[in-house]
Ligand binder design. Structure first.
Ligand SMILES: [Fe+2]
Length: 401
């Protein structure tokens, strides 16, 4: 059923875009030969991407991380990028068409009400309007196309290593200098391959962290990708240990298997529980919660059970919206992911626009409330289009001071 919905929406979007581009070619190019060549090229490209994408939907978990680079770069990845680009183009053209429809309706009413005046200006206005709309359509298509390509080339490959030195109120002196590295939202799958996770692991190890935390969503939509993910994680090195929590994708796909694999790899998955740790002889605690979208809601009281009130507490929660409750329970530092920082974030006068802004205000980075801090890591992988724009994959390092 899920496959059917995805394929139907994809075909509808593709048909809509094909008609749009075909109409643009027909209006813009007067030479019949050029028109035919362009239409044929367009049809070939769209057919190739559509068939590839439908193939991927059915075979995405057939050979986890064993597809060759050739298959990946000529087949899987371009189709995925095209899928993302088409959604952006579709949204932009839909918005334009809706605005145009409202405008046309308004113009029709005005014309009806003021017939004489409208008749006088109709011819000139329609001609100039057609020219304007033709230019507008071409103009509107450029940002998603170049944005997606820029995202693929610039913001999806290189890791961004963010470092934050956070001054905590009443931090025990012996905890000063404690380094916590965070990886989140790996989303291992057809587009996020083992070598990318291996690369991230190498970078994390070079940071020499005392603790490494993994804040959920290890896989995208197939449980089979947990194995290459765990294989890569097995090389992680931290002086105190590695601690993890569960994400919504893990719960959706196969919670039991993912919990089992994380446990057997000594990645200390914490679901409504905590562990006492020690740094320079000073004890502190790391706790983990259930994901907010799991049918059984997180129980912070249980997660923080038996932790002495004055102890320094770190909470791992896949989704950042737990933060308000964590503040009330005197958690010192909450570490989350889930948002991908919006994944595709469009700069807009210092206030980036992305889809996550409608879901939470804890989108990315560091937040402070009372004496508590929250850090939201932008993650590494993708959900939906296999690229990022303005939000590179992130490895974060927090030092307590
Ligand atoms: Fe998530």
């Amino acid at each position: 059923m899920f496959h059917l919905i995805v394929i139907t929406s994809f075909i509808l979007i593709q048909t809509y875009l094909t008609v749009k581009v075909y109409r643009f070619i027909s209006e813009f190019f007067k030479n019949l030969k050029i028109k035919r060549i362009l239409s044929f090229t367009l049809l070939t490209i769209i057919t190739y991407f559509n068939l590839s994408f439908i193939f991927i939907i059915f075979f995405y978990d057939s050979k986890p991380n064993q597809h060759s680079d050739f298959a990946f770069y000529t087949f899987f990845y371009p189709s995925g990028v095209w899928f993302g680009m088409s959604i952006l183009l579709f949204l932009i053209f839909m918005i334009k068409d809706i605005i145009l429809l409202i405008y046309k309706s308004f113009y029709y009413i005005v014309k009806k009400l003021f017939i004489q005046k409208a008749r006088k200006t109709e011819t000139n206005f329609s001609e100039s309007r057609r020219k304007f709309l033709k230019g507008l359509s071409a103009g509107l298509a450029l940002p998603p196309i170049f944005g997606s390509l820029y995202g693929v080339a610039m913001d999806s490959s290189e890791f961004e290593i963010t470092t934050n030195r956070i001054k905590f109120y009443n931090l025990p002196a012996k905890l000063k200098g404690l380094k916590i590295a965070q990886l989140s939202d790996i989303h291992a799958g057809i587009y996020l391959r083992k070598k990318k996770i291996v690369e991230a692991v190498k970078i994390v190890n070079k940071l020499n962290p005392d603790i490494i935390v993994l804040t959920g969503d290890y896989i995208l939509n197939s449980e089979r990708y947990i194995y290459p993910c765990i294989e890569a994680f097995s090389k992680l090195k931290a002086t105190i240990g590695i601690y993890s929590c569960i994400g919504n994708h893990d719960n959706m796909v196969n919670r039991e298997l993912i919990v089992k694999e994380l446990k057997s790899a000594n990645l200390n998955i914490l679901i409504e529980e905590n562990q006492k740790l020690s740094y320079n002889g000073q004890e502190f605690y790391v706790a983990g919660t259930e994901d907010l979208w799991y049918p059984i809601k997180p129980n912070l009281k249980k997660a923080l059970k038996d932790i002495p009130e004055e102890s320094f507490k770190i909470l791992l929660s896949h989704q950042p919206d737990i933060f308000d409750e964590a503040v009330k329970r005197n958690v010192n530092l909450t570490l989350s992911g889930h948002t991908h920082g919006g994944q595709i974030s469009i700069p807009f006068f210092g206030m980036p626009l992305n889809i996550v802004m409608f879901v939470t205000h804890y989108i990315s980075g560091l937040f402070k409330k009372d004496k508590s801090y929250l850090y939201v890591n932008n993650g590494i992988g993708f959900v939906g289009p296999p690229f990022r724009l303005n939000v590179p994959p992130e490895i974060s390092l927090i030092t307590l001071i």
